[in-house]
Structures are given as C-alpha cells and as structure tokens.
Design a binder for this molecule. Structure first.
Ligand SMILES: Cc1cc2nc3c(=O)[nH]c(=O)nc-3n(C[C@H](O)[C@H](O)[C@H](O)COP(=O)(O)OP(=O)(O)OC[C@H]3O[C@@H](n4cnc5c(N)ncnc54)[C@H](O)[C@@H]3O)c2cc1C
Length: 383
C-alpha cells in the first residue's frame, strides 16, 4: 500500500496529474454541467480499480488515507484538470459519517459498495420550506415495531434519479427543540412508497429531483448514531465542505475561458474590457491567497472559524461575475446554448453562466454567509 502522505508534494501532484491525463477522457474534462452516473461510469471504474475513489477515507476503511494537505492537493489537481465529479455523495458525505458514527454492521454493509461505486447515494436534507433553515425540516419517521415509517418530502436532491440509496435527515421527535428531534436514516430507494420526480434546471438539464415518501417502511437498524442526534452528526461533518466550496478553482477556470473568448472575439483589444479583465485577475489572486490562508490552517491541524464564510461568499460571487462577463465578451454567440469554437478552443459561455448561478445558493447561501460574518465575526446585532 503506497504511503501517499510521505511523498514529496510535487511528486504526489505529478502522480495525480499523470493518472488523470492518461485515464480521464477529454469529454469528461471542463464540462459545464453535472454529469450523470452512466456518463462517468467508465472513469469511476478507473478510480475504483486504482483505489482512488475515496481519497479522504482512512486506509483501514479502503480509502487513500490522505492527510488534509494531500487531500487538498489531490482535489486541486483534479480541479485544475477539470475532472467531472463522479457520483460522490456516498464518498464525501455518508462514508465519513458512517466511519465516525455508524455501527460496525453498518460500516460492513455500506462502505464496500461505496468503494466499488455499486451503490450510489444521494443527500436528502432540504425540503420545500427548509433550506437555509434546515432544522425546521418536517419529513418524519415514526417508529412502528422494528421499522420506521417515513412520510414527507425532500427537494433539490442532486441526481436522486441516478441513486440507489438516500441518506435522510428526518424528524423523530416533534416535541423536542427543533435541532434535537432530528435523526439520520438510510433508505433504499427501491422501497415501496418512494417517488422521485426530476426537476429541470434553467440550463435544461435534469440535475436534481423532488423525492416523496409515502408510508415508506425502513428497518430500524438503518438509523445512524443515536435517535434524535442526527443534526449534531450531520453538522460535525460539514467542516471540510466549507473550504472546498471556497476554492478558487471555479473562478480560475472561468477566467481562463473568458480569456479564450475575449481573445477570439477581439474584446481583449478594448481598453475598458482589459480593465475589467485585470480586475478579475486581481480578484482571483486575492481569492487564491485567502483560500491558502484557510487551507494552511487546516494543514496545521487547526479548526476553521466562522470567518471561513467570507471565502465561500467571495468565491461564489466572483465566479458568477466572470461568467456574466464571458457572455458579454462572446457577443451574440454568448446567448447560444452549447459549446462554440473560439479560436482553437471550444467554450460554452451560456453553460458556464448557468452552472455559476446556484453557486450563491448551495452549501449555504451568500446571504446566510453574510449573516454569519455579521454576527459571529463582526459581532453585529442579529436581525
Ligand atoms: C445546485 C444545487 C444542488 C443542491 N443539492 C442538494 C442535495 O443534493 N441535497 C439537499 O438536501 N439539498 C440540495 N440543495 C439545496 C440547498 O441546500 C438549498 O437550496 C439551500 O440550503 C438554500 O435553501 P432554499 O433553496 O430552501 O432557499 P431559502 O432558504 O428559502 O432561501 C431563499 C432566499 O432567502 C435567503 N435567506 C434565507 N434565510 C435568510 C436569512 N436568515 N437572512 C437573509 N437571507 C436569507 C437566501 O439567501 C435565499 O436568497 C441543492 C441546491 C442547489 C442550488
């Protein structure tokens, strides 16, 4: 078993790059939409065979056992090369949760099939009236003998139509304070009573689903951790997501595409455009150095404070502004759906624009991040 953590950083990055260059097909790189399971299946199988499917999991559970520093490097190389995400909710969210809070039986049952990608998971947290205020969720699970009966609805469930299982936050105690009556439940999507209805996004893609649960019978042993402690567990594992979502990669990629477009259409010849382009370059550099500051803290074994919210808010806003400018720089081609040739390259300005829109919503909206900064960092009075 390779000890990746003792490798020199440059050698490690090169190894990752070489593998991706050799094995990840061009059509899965820099794609401006979320790809479906069948589209990324051969590439997923390459990762499975290489035992690289779960870079952040400990080696004893079948992962690469990467340290925080190496995990960030691994992710940065994948991002730089524009690798499309394989279905990864099981790897990124559920696996670490089971490793930390699951029973031995649950780990033995579920982890191996995540590692082979045989079982794909989706995340059932949000509901029609519970997004930012997630703790108000109402989808309920009532104990009946050795089962729970689940009733309610989830929404914005990314790629639920491709998944085999869903992990749910469900209300198991209606009387308790709202965060305290929530449990974490694993549900087989083949169980009778579940309906998945795909939602078509602005870009015309079916990227997520509404999921309906009508008297769905779930074995009681599918609860993870203790009853009514689902909220604490789910929150405990959000730490790493907060820095991933603030990575400069999306803005950097968008900026490189903007440059291709502006050179091809001649926008780069205009002084006013060049000013904006220079400002974007500065903003992206600022974002990258801000990101390094938080990443270094993690690498030193530190814990991120509420100030990390500035990273996600800045990254998402900048990403959106660059994609808006790409549409302008592309002129009339900018409003066309799908990739177009710009010089020797192919760019999809409208696809980029659509992909950037939800960045200010998922993973905690920009308004919510600003609230956190106002109250927990600046000490301003709450609304
Ligand atoms: C691309 C994408 C993928 C997603 N995938 C998943 C998934 O797989 N599983 C899942 O469970 N969920 C998923 N979500 C849902 C996501 O978590 C929610 O959209 C998010 O939490 C926001 O909730 P909401 O949509 O209900 O908006 P709301 O919370 O209703 O917010 C609406 C607006 O009000 C603002 N707002 C809300 N509260 C405040 C406040 N206190 N102060 C100021 N402004 C406020 C928000 O910023 C926003 O502008 C996904 C979302 C997107 C966009």
């Amino acid at each position: 078993m390779t000890d990746y953590n003792s490798m020199d950083d440059a050698d490690f990055r090169k190894m990752v790059r070489d593998f991706v260059e050799a094995e990840c097909p061009a059509e899965l790189r820099h794609v401006s939409r979320r790809m479906h399971r069948h589209e990324v299946w051969p590439w997923t199988q390459k990762l499975v065979a290489k035992k690289w499917i779960a870079p952040g999991w400990p080696a004893e559970h079948g992962g690469m056992g990467l340290s925080v520093a190496k995990l960030l490097a691994f992710q940065e190389e994948f991002d730089r090369l524009g690798v499309s995400r394989a279905p990864d909710m099981g790897v990124v969210m559920l696996g670490p949760l089971l490793i930390k809070f699951g029973s031995e039986t649950q780990r033995a049952r579920f982890l191996p099939k995540i590692l082979t990608a045989e079982e794909v998971w989706c995340q059932g947290y949000s509901e029609p009236n519970s997004g930012s205020d997630l703790a108000s969720l109402r989808c309920e699970a009532v104990r009946e003998g050795d089962h729970f009966i689940v009733n309610g609805q989830k929404t914005w469930t990314t790629l639920a139509q491709d998944a085999d299982w869903i992990f749910l936050l469900v209300r198991t105690d209606k009387e308790a304070k709202k965060q305290q009556g929530i449990s974490f439940l694993l549900v087989d999507l083949k169980t009778p009573g579940i309906t998945r209805r795909p939602i078509r996004t602005l870009s015309g893609e079916e990227e997520f689903c509404e999921c309906f649960f009508d008297n769905v019978k779930v074995p009681a042993e599918n609860i993870v951790g203790k009853l009514n402690e689902g909220w604490t567990m789910a929150k405990a594992l959000l730490g790493f997501e907060r820095i991933f979502l603030g990575s400069p990669k999306q803005a950097q990629t968008a900026l490189s595409r903007l440059e291709v477009v502006a050179r091809a259409t001649g926008a780069m010849q205009e002084e006013a455009f060049r000013d904006r382009y220079a400002q974007f370059n500065l903003d992206v550099s600022h974002l990258a150095s801000l990101y390094s500051r938080f990443a270094d803290e993690l690498k030193r074994g530190g814990v991120l404070g509420p100030d990390v919210s500035v990273l996600k808010a800045f990254a998402a806003g900048l990403y959106q502004r660059i994609t808006e400018t790409t549409i302008e720089a592309a002129s009339e081609i900018g409003v066309k759906q799908g990739p177009s040739p710009f010089g020797n390259e192919s760019v999809d300005p409208m696809g980029m624009f659509h992909l950037a829109r939800p960045a200010t919503i998922y993973g905690g909206s920009t308004e919510v991040q600003k609230n956190i900064l106002a109250s927990a960092v600046l000490g301003l009075p709450g609304a």
